[in-house]
Design a protein around this ligand. Structure first.
Ligand SMILES: Cc1cc2nc3c(=O)[nH]c(=O)nc-3n(C[C@H](O)[C@H](O)[C@H](O)COP(=O)(O)OP(=O)(O)OC[C@H]3O[C@@H](n4cnc5c(N)ncnc54)[C@H](O)[C@@H]3O)c2cc1C
Length: 340
């Protein structure tokens, strides 16, 4: 990346960026935030007052993040155009009694970085690593038999940029959450028809909205696909459709290809990072933490709250329970969430 901004650095490109690395951003050209500014801002840095209470185009979020970086003089600390290629745990020095900073729970990390614009790789040892690599870049696809046989155009919402290529096309949107709703709103005035697939968990109530006539005239809902065979999609109610385009709005996976096996981090089915206490602290290696890896709409506020917590753990002013206690609490929390 050439600038700070992460997800909010819009690019027309999909696939690989100019630097040959996968494009990180999933933002599309006409994107308007799905939260008002008060719900998005860092508590210590409000959006400009004329944007208060508004849902804003991505450009304004980018301006806000640049202004934040300037206000807190952060740019000098950021190494742009630098890929973190690997993070390896390195054995800590022998434990000297009473020194919490030397315990096996506080290993150091060997980090290898690659300069994207030449300059080769470098290695450096760090006392702690905070993983802040985002979680809206690696597409998740549902398991629909025959998906690869689809003869039309198929893409993931990560690669959706403009509505124009879908003019007069019949567009099947798979998924019924935020991206599906947003992309439907962007594409319906160009497309001949937009069909949104629902599962039992219709969080936004799109099925009800359709029944009540609240969706645009050329938008309808349908059950989830059961199979794809060439041009034909068959749904769970037996109905079939021949769409020109399928857009998978089926979410993203956690992915940390740079974490070496020595980090002992697993991601099950792209959905659960383990072993994380309070969704952020490695329960065995407390110097490895994950910031903003929770699925919540208020992402900037979460980072704002998690970082001071992380620093308290790192400076030793906040003691953690034992690894076993942390894992037990995490499992109980996980079971509760799965049951609800
Ligand atoms: C379509 C869409 C719409 C959204 N709309 C909203 C919204 O309206 N409001 C809202 O609050 N949130 C929204 N979000 C969520 C958005 O992801 C967060 O607002 C925010 O960008 C999260 O910040 P982050 O820094 O955690 O991650 P990101 O913004 O994703 O930044 C992660 C950074 O890590 C870098 N990185 C990753 N891997 C490496 C590596 N190996 N080496 C070096 N750097 C690396 C990336 O290049 C990137 O710069 C939306 C997300 C999507 C996909």
């Amino acid at each position: 990346m050439e600038l700070e901004g992460g997800m909010w650095l819009y690019t027309d490109r999909t696939g690989l960026g100019k630097n040959g690395y996968p494009v990180h951003s999933s933002i599309y050209k006409n994107l308007i935030t799905n939260l008002p500014t008060q719900a998005m801002e860092f508590p210590n840095f409000p959006f400009p007052s004329d944007l208060r209470g508004k849902f804003i185009p991505w450009q304004k979020v980018q301006d806000y993040l640049f202004a934040y970086a300037d206000h807190f003089n952060l740019r000098k600390h950021v190494h742009l155009n630098t890929d973190v290629a690997s993070v390896k745990r390195i054995t800590t020095k022998p434990v000297s009694s009473g020194d919490a900073h030397q315990s096996p729970n506080r290993p150091q990390w060997l980090v290898r970085t690659t300069a994207l614009q030449g300059g080769g790789s470098k290695e450096k040892v760090f006392d702690a690593v905070l993983v802040c690599s985002g979680h809206h870049s690696v597409p998740h696809y549902p398991d629909i038999p025959g998906q690869e046989s689809f003869s039309g155009i198929q893409l993931h919402s990560h690669d959706y940029r403009h509505p124009e290529p879908y003019t007069d096309k019949r567009v099947l949107v798979i998924g019924a959450y935020a991206s599906a709703f947003d992309i439907m709103k962007d594409v319906y005035s160009h497309a001949s028809e937009v069909i949104i697939t629902l599962t039992e968990l219709d969080v936004l109530g799109l099925g009800e909205q359709y029944k009540k006539g609240l969706l645009p005239h050329n938008v309808r809902t349908t059950p989830f696909p059961q199979a794809i065979n060439g041009s034909v999609v068959t749904f769970t109610d037996g109905d079939t459709l021949e769409p020109d385009v399928i857009i998978f709005c089926t979410g993203y996976e956690y992915s940390f290809p740079f974490l070496d096996a020595s980090c002992d981090v697993t991601v099950s089915e792209g959905k659960r990072i383990q072993p994380l206490f309070k969704h952020m602290i490695h329960s065995r290696y407390h110097t490895l933490m994950f910031i903003d890896m929770v699925y919540t709409p208020i992402e900037f506020s979460i980072a704002y709250l998690q970082v001071p917590f992380a620093f308290k753990i790192l400076d030793g002013s906040l003691a953690l329970p034992s690894e076993e206690e942390m894992n037990q609490e995490t499992e109980a929390d996980y079971r509760d969430r799965m049951a609800s």
